[in-house]
Design a protein around this ligand. Sequence first.
Ligand SMILES: [Zn+2]
Length: 333
Amino acid sequence: MNACHMLRATTISIMNSGVHPAILNTSTCLKIVNQLAYTRALYGCELWNNLTKSELLLLERAHRFVCKVIQGLPKRSRSDKCTSLLGWLCIECYIDKCKLLFFGRLCRLNSTHLPKQIMMARLLEFKYTCVDNQLGFIPDMYRLFIKYNLLQYVVNFIELGSFPSKIVWNNVVSQNIHKTEQLKWLERISNDSEFNFFKLIHPVIKLHKAWIIAKRYPDLRVASKYIIDLCAIVRIEAEQLLCEKCGKLFSNVLEHILCSCDFVLDYRNEMWRDIININPIQFSVYMDSLSSLEFTATLLSCDTIYELDDDESIVFSKLCVQHVYSTCKHFYR
Ligand SMILES: [Zn+2]
């Protein structure tokens, strides 16, 4: 398909021109790729109402490819990890969102406009099943209303003539799509043992804190990227392994480095000193009460469920990026 080819080709040419995660911040790459590749490749996708499953799969593959390239992750890393670290949904969601927003624009048009009149005629034809096997835009939209739990808005529109404003409709569509996709994603990763540790680190589809830190503190770009790499590849080994540096056994190498390896004890003490400096003091008690696996997952997520104020939360995220990076670098030196 032309769109798949355009998505891959435009991204590769953008990367070759120097917009690359090794040189630029990921958020900048993301913006450029979004504006150049996605707007071109998905131009007019509001009317793609007869996409076959194989066409959608090809688009999805191109989308995952872009997601990995932007973050500089290996091609073979798991897509559900890579997309969720960037806070991305699948490409079908983006197409669905464009379609639903286009439907909203049609509904808000003045009734004297021809497109609105045609849409209303088709909508009523569909409602009263005037045509057998109706095809095209409206049946496709009906599928989306059911899928994202939006049918009530359309029923209100037909019966009462009321439709939400642009901002409200955009919010409702975005929230419902995110909710639906989040549930599907959780179901997929819950049934896969390779995600056992990952779902402790990153249980929600949202931009990983390390990328936020990279944007805010450009000098931590390399360290942030390192954390993302760790999140994408780390897993719990089935068998115990022996640490060459300290002679202890472990099943999760990061848990070992960040919680028990004697080789990096000084680095760990330094990290604890910084954790204790975070206000309130109860936070360090909370961190100490976590199991070693939870503690490792918290450090890798650069985020905590403990309610810190905004400034302290950023300090904690920054601390995680710096210390995990320096400790692991020292271990693997
Ligand atoms: Zn060790």
